[in-house]
Design a protein around this ligand. Structure first.
Ligand SMILES: Cc1cc2nc3c(=O)[nH]c(=O)nc-3n(C[C@H](O)[C@H](O)[C@H](O)COP(=O)(O)OP(=O)(O)OC[C@H]3O[C@@H](n4cnc5c(N)ncnc54)[C@H](O)[C@@H]3O)c2cc1C
Length: 419
């Protein structure tokens, strides 16, 4: 049997033919599919042989390369996509692939790729998200299971998910990075209470807070070794940044990250020109300078992406290079939204979606622009990552790195008690 891979061009032609016949173009309102529709579409994509393109065949993938994945993303751009699966495929599945046991991978990876399991990330906690190694959620080992208690927050689309990848503390006497473990937690467990959080966008982001009250999971749900959760979390964060920035295994599952621009909403400046023409400000030099600024930021982001993306794919750039793209997106998305709001003037005011609403919604874009500079790690955290892990600059001082976590907590509690 020949083991020769299908060429990228042959694959691209096959993908194009299938997409033309089977996938709908995305309408101007750019709404996401309902969960049941996203599941059905992901299943269709799987059946057609385009899910998990660069994932191994034995786990339901296609056994091709990230270059094939990129070709798929280019061909499928502008179509209605199963965005709900971005976290599952681009962030969780690849982490599971690297760290989970063989039986776990055989059971869950094909289900993720077939659209049967939606996964989310249970990482951030009310006490803080940037210092993720300081999680307070506790997992206690029983004979053949683990019991997990704690609080997680800002979980995107938790209400639609089947499982969460949950970082919890399993050794309180080890330093904070060395006492963590990662677990697969079924979100249908009755000992989980889930509350929605109303975001600045009126709830469109679908944030949730979860209270885990003695959730029991089998020992087989431990992903990676006991107390080795930080390594698993690091893999997940790396893939998360890559996925947001348009690199990796989930490219073309959703449209976020296409060309390093954080999604299709930022392609070009034609919307800004349309606003200025509509408002009669197109000849105003200040407005023209703002449009030029937006154009330059967009072009720079695309050029950086075109260098970094293939570099990561070909492994010439190893490590945290996704942070470079993510930081660019975090900065540019906010500035682009400000420029959009200025140029659209009164048209930028937010109002309900509807047939008569002005379709560009610059006000809405401005309200959600902060998402990009916070979610997946804030801009400050990306700067730290770039300086320490890419530029090899001296690390941020971390006096707590070698201190047992229980001592840190005791010190913190004494401070808050005033004792
Ligand atoms: C759109 C979106 C989706 C999200 N989805 C999820 C999800 O699905 N699952 C999940 O677990 N979480 C999710 N989050 C949460 C996100 O990961 C956290 O909000 C983020 O990590 C920051 O944590 P925090 O909000 O607790 O802020 P904090 O960590 O409290 O930070 C507050 C401020 O201090 C700054 N800061 C903190 N530490 C440093 C430092 N060492 N150096 C310099 N500055 C620092 C930060 O940059 C920030 O400005 C999401 C957030 C958003 C916006």
């Amino acid at each position: 049997m020949s083991t020769e891979l299908e060429s990228v061009e042959e694959f691209r032609r096959r993908a194009r033919r299938w997409i033309e016949t089977n996938m709908a173009r995305k309408g101007p309102e750019k709404l996401s599919l309902k969960p049941s529709e996203a599941r059905a579409l992901q299943a269709e994509i799987f059946d057609a042989g385009f899910a998990g393109i660069a994932m191994p065949i034995k786990y339901g993938g296609q056994g091709l390369t990230l270059q094939h994945q990129e070709a798929w993303a280019e061909e499928v751009s502008g179509h209605q996509l199963p965005d709900l699966f971005v976290v599952t495929v681009a962030m969780v599945a690849v982490t599971v692939l690297e760290h989970a046991t063989e039986p776990f991978k055989e059971e869950h990876l094909p289900r993720m790729l077939r659209g049967e399991e939606i996964w989310v990330q249970l990482m951030s906690e009310p006490s803080g998200g940037s210092d993720m190694a300081a999680v307070m959620t506790k997992a206690t080992r029983g004979d053949e299971n683990w019991c997990i208690t704690g609080e997680k927050v800002w979980t995107t689309r938790a209400d639609e998910a089947d499982y969460g990848l949950c970082l919890a503390r399993t050794n309180w006497d080890a330093p904070k990075h060395r006492g963590l473990s990662m677990f697969a937690v079924p979100l249908s467990d009755p000992r989980i209470t889930m509350r929605p959080i109303l975001g600045s966008d009126g709830g469109a982001t679908h944030f949730f807070q979860e209270f885990l009250d003695g959730v029991v999971v089998p020992a087989a749900n431990l992903i990676g070794g006991e107390n080795d959760g930080w390594r698993v979390a690091h893999t997940q964060l790396l893939h998360q940044r890559n996925a947001i920035s348009g690199v990796g295994y989930g490219l073309g599952v959703g449209d976020a990250g296409s060309e390093g621009r954080g999604g299709s909403s930022h392609h070009g400046v034609s919307d800004l020109i349309a606003h200025a023409e509509r408002n009669g400000t197109i000849d105003d030099p200040t407005i023209r300078a703002l449009i030029a600024e937006a154009y330059i930021h967009d072009a720079v982001q695309v050029q950086v992406s075109r260098r970094v993306t293939p570099g990561i794919r070909k492994r010439q750039l190893t490590g945290d290079w996704g942070s470079v793209l993510k930081l660019g997106l975090g900065e540019n998305t906010l500035r682009r939204a400000e420029i959009g709001l200025i140029i659209s003037g009164p048209d930028g005011i937010v109002w309900e979606m509807g047939p008569n609403a002005y379709p560009t919604h610059e006000g809405r874009a401005w309200l959600v622009a902060r998402n990009m500079s916070i979610g997946g790690g804030t801009n400050e955290i990306q700067r730290n990552t770039i300086s320490e892990r890419i530029l090899a600059m001296p690390p941020e001082p971390a006096v707590d790195r070698e201190v047992p976590f229980s001592q840190l907590i005791a010190t913190r509690n004494r401070k808050t008690d005033g004792t």
